[in-house]
Design a protein around this ligand. Structure first.
Ligand code: CP
Ligand code: NVA
Length: 311
């Protein structure tokens, strides 16, 4: 049995298989062919943080695959009142067929997975957001970009860490521009650079957004204040001055460069209103692709279950 906790746990071929499955299922859906790949399966969806896209895409996705989603906010289940993660895992995984979790420390999802009898999917932790970056890659392919040169500008956060892992695994170029004090986690960087030696991915770090974006064909960013960092808002806004993706910065990228944003976006901070609206097509195609990419991941995990897992 496999869990989808981080991108680094999969080979390049496995990741591409998931993307291919997503493309196939998306095409089927566009032709109104709803194939019940996960018939009668239940997806438990545990949320310790807010969500619009993750909740709607997983719940709709499992339904379209023939199953049902169970929304479990930590405010409503005993987890929120202190029931241990490992007990929650041992209970829920005896009743459902797959679990998606959005939580804080990455260790918590690892603990859940250790005690789970069913595959667990990371719907965002403080450290990684792998389903988002798989979605972004699907979107890049759909935009006809064969050799991505991705420039990420902003906070060295869960989104950036997942970009690092995907670039390292698949071998595309990634340039990361962050303020020095908001750089990526050094252990994640080291790991990504090690993996990149095998794939040949060119990964670079700078504090200059201009340097990162020069000649890129994909420009992306994320909020400067992630969930759980609300208290740091004022100091973060000061530290990220100059990191807004605006028309001037986009002007350094290739002429037909796309702009992606995982959303929610905060205009006037990490992205200008103009850049956001000029690239709304790609951004909302990316948002829709959450639905399709995650179907590919869920079906792939279902195909790789141990046969005796539900004994
Ligand atoms: N991008 C993303 O994960 O959005 P939500 O927080 O709305 O789920
Ligand atoms: N980095 C953001 C991503 C939101 C989808 C956060 O963790 O809040």
């Amino acid at each position: 049995m496999r869990h989808f906790l981080t991108i680094k746990d999969f080979t390049k071929d496995e990741l591409l298989e998931m993307i291919t499955l997503a493309q196939k299922i998306k095409l089927q859906m566009k032709k109104k062919e709803f194939v019940p790949y996960l018939e009668r399966q239940t997806l438990g969806m545990i949320f310790e943080k807010s969500s619009t896209r993750t909740r709607v895409s997983f719940e709709t996705g499992i339904y379209q695959l023939g199953g049902v989603g169970l929304f479990l906010s930590s405010n409503d289940i005993q987890l929120g009142r202190g029931e241990p993660m490992k007990d929650t895992a041992r209970v829920i995984s005896r009743m459902v067929d797959m679990v998606m979790i959005r939580t804080f420390e990455h260790l918590k999802i690892e603990e859940f997975a250790n005690f789970s009898k069913v595959p667990v999917i990371n719907g965002l932790t403080d450290s990684f957001h792998p389903v988002q970056i798989m979605t972004d890659y699907l979107t890049i392919l759909e935009c006809g970009i064969e050799n991505p040169i991705v420039a990420y500008v902003g906070d060295g956060n869960n989104i950036t860490h997942s970009w690092l892992m995907l670039s390292a695994k698949l071998g595309f170029e990634l340039r990361v521009a962050t303020p020095k004090e908001y750089a990526c986690n050094s252990a994640v960087v080291e790991e990504a650079l090690e993996i990149a030696k095998v794939s040949g991915a060119k990964i670079s770090f700078t504090t200059s957004p201009q340097e990162a974006v020069e000649g890129a064909n994909v420009v992306t960013t994320d909020t400067w204040v992630s969930m759980g960092q609300e208290d740091e808002k004022e100091e973060r806004i000061k530290a990220f001055k100059g990191y807004i993706v605006d028309n001037e910065l986009m002007g350094k990228a290739q002429k037909n460069a796309i702009f992606l944003h995982c959303l929610p976006a905060y205009r006037g901070y990490e992205v200008s209103e103009e850049v956001f609206e000029n690239h709304a097509n790609e951004i909302f195609q990316e948002a829709e692709n959450r639905l399709h990419a995650q179907k590919g991941i869920m079906v792939w995990l279902d195909n790789h279950r141990d046969e005796d897992m539900n004994e």
